[in-house]
Design a protein around this ligand. Sequence first.
Ligand code: HPA
Length: 270
Amino acid sequence: MINEIKKATKYLVEKGFESPEIGIILGTGLGQLLDHVKIIKEVSYNHIPYFPTATVEFHKGKLIYGILEGKKVIVMQGRFHLYEGYTLQDVTFPVRIMNALGINTLLVSNAAGAINLNFKKGELMLIDDHINLQGSSPLAFKGVSQLGERFADMSAPYNLELNEKFSEIADKHGISLHKGVYASVVGPQLETRAEYRMLNIIGADAVGMSTVPEVIVANHLNLRVAAVSVLTDECDPNNLKPVNIDEIIAMAMKAEPEMITLFKELIKTL
Ligand code: HPA
């Protein structure tokens, strides 16, 4: 993997992706953050050597370099999911590239279902901890120890200082920001009632199909990480209605202005 990382990084440096400080992974419902970025360069994923190529229609698949709140940022417009048929190493390859380019902080957003029924759809949840239910690890490969500590520490995968700042910003702007545990499943099917019950029992507050692999790799690389979920549906096993992916996306978009405020205000302080 080392050679692939070198080649992809060299390509991006030559394209002008110069010493970025912050990496941002835009999940469903944060796309409009790009309206606030002064874009300097953008490259389609399929032009970057060894990058996986984007498949799901509503993800455009571009790596963007620019300035946001005075900081040099790299933004992933569209991410890779295990459910699209990629490996966990593919899914997390962009994090390794952003790290090689020089970021020290990774900010992540996603859409998730609310397992904690005190949380309502349309609200936001700061991820405090996670449960990996994707059946494997992005660190489970032969050359991993050449890239970092194989037995990566996960005692605090989400940076406490960044999370405190997020909470303060939310308070200041009147944004209701819950805090909780995000469980990542493979998907792409939504969960059964029995699975939602199980997720509740094991301590998840929200469930989604992304983020955990990227966060594991970011910790492997000693990056500071923070992540926010937009809760798009309420996963009540005793009153479960069929979910509709269009509704999930619409709900994610509704919360977008609040998500944008959180991200912009946090970046201002970094
Ligand atoms: N389950 C899994 N992933 C999701 C959900 C859900 O209920 N909502 C949004 N992403």
